[in-house]
Design a binder for this molecule. Sequence first.
Ligand SMILES: [Zn+2]
Length: 384
Amino acid sequence: MLIRDGFIAAVGTRAKVEALRESRKAEKIDLGGCVVLPGFVDSHTHLIHAASRAEEYELKIAGASYEEIARKDGGILNSVKKLRTATENALKTRATAALARFAAYGTTTIEAKSGYGLDVASELKILKLHQSLGAEQPVEIASTFLGAHVVPAEYRAKSDGAERYIELLTEKLLPQVVAAGLAEFCDVFCDRGAFTRDQSRCVLQAGMDLGLMPRIHAEQLSRTGATQLAVELGAASCDHLEQVNATDIRALGKSETVATLLPGCDFHLGLKKYAPARALIDAGAIVALATDYNPGTSPTVSMPMILSLACTQLRMTPAEAIAAATINGAYALRRENKIGSLDVGKQADFAAFDVADYREIPYYFGVNTCVLTFKRGRVIHASE
Ligand SMILES: [Zn+2]
């Protein structure tokens, strides 16, 4: 591969690339013996949060469900409480450390959602951090507004609390987010205990009217029809999909909406029902994989671990899983022309793994074999 100014200028056999005149004066990095892949594109994360929820981990192990914990002011509302009182500096320090870890596992681009603020000031605080982190460290960040994560506590006590909160999102918050250029996408958690399909449509439509592309948390805990809504609105992706039915699978198979699977969630929660990846692939759906990095249900930054889960639990082949974690993730962020594969003209975003065969990346589960990560042609991670 020949890299010029951060972009791939030529790619092919060693003999072909080394014969190019420009190659003779190029700085040479020999990755012989390693497997080199496009940098992972992690298209679903909740990057900015104040703390882990390790205290809930034990409750879950003892048998409490995610929804039971949420009803007792745990879950997302627990993270909201912590985020609102956290300083911008503390949040930034935590996120910067996480981004360096993403890079250490071979990830070069992530999507990041707001959604632990749930009031005007706190949501803007998160989105502004996406922007400043994107400028100050090398991992690329695609910013998503997820004001409709759940209804915040102060609205739950009111009659029509959900409707009034949606009004705050659509009338006040969304226009400010768009005016300041703080997000590309608008997301909604459409599920039992969060937002209904009609409420989700209302928020996503308001985002679309202002130029934000929709994406949806769909059919995770229950089937709500969110997948149909995603396809109907032409959403960039619909994510989770553990509870989809045959009609949903057929609809995704015929659409450009990416089916983003998050097996880290099911693994961390100890759930047995994973999304039907094989049926989705057989139906022709565009399947992507992501970590869903978040403090409640999937506290991992490791795309190689997600590949291992995709292979053993979703029955995807290593090649399908790698495509889902690179080019299909890029398509889920509508960046497929810039990143996600090693083609001439694309950004030189790639990672080198110390393995003899690409299948060994998921095979050595829980082991980080990534030794070098490059973003736009520059080293952003090197192992000892
Ligand atoms: Zn999520």
